[in-house]
Design a protein. Structure first.
Length: 127
């Protein structure tokens, strides 16, 4: 092959350039789109809803579960499990959640805390 055949011409960048622009556009859309404002955190034990906590009000509540308890705390619009007497402590070490659909799970106690957004709000609001 000669050097003439391997030379990159102006139009040769069109498809890779368009693909790169499309990828950057999709990435920016995913990162910058507004997240729905979460209003409540739904607390379930063994699949049964035991409380719905408002993320607008700071506070904490202790939940008795099978073989133990979990302390769930709302602070600055975020919810976290701040105390538990399970062996693993995975739920306690999990970061606070605030985005719709995020959850914290304590498998030993069967506890699940899920953030529920606008339009998905359950009827019962506690705390």
């Amino acid at each position: 092959m000669t050097a003439e055949k391997l030379r990159v011409r102006g139009w040769d960048w069109l498809i890779p350039g368009a693909a790169l622009l499309l990828a950057v556009g999709v990435l920016l859309f995913c990162l910058l789109r507004p997240q729905p404002t979460a209003r409540v955190a739904e607390v379930k034990i063994d699949g049964k809803t035991v409380a719905v906590l408002s993320l607008a009000e700071d506070g904490g509540q202790r939940f008795s579960a099978k073989d133990g308890y979990n302390e769930v705390t709302v602070r600055d619009g975020r919810v976290s499990v701040t105390e538990a007497d399970c062996d693993t402590q995975v739920c306690v070490h999990h970061r606070a959640v605030w985005r719709t659909g995020e959850s914290i799970v304590c498998a030993p106690h069967g506890l699940v805390v899920t953030v529920v957004g606008e339009g998905d709000s359950p009827d019962l609001i506690v705390g």
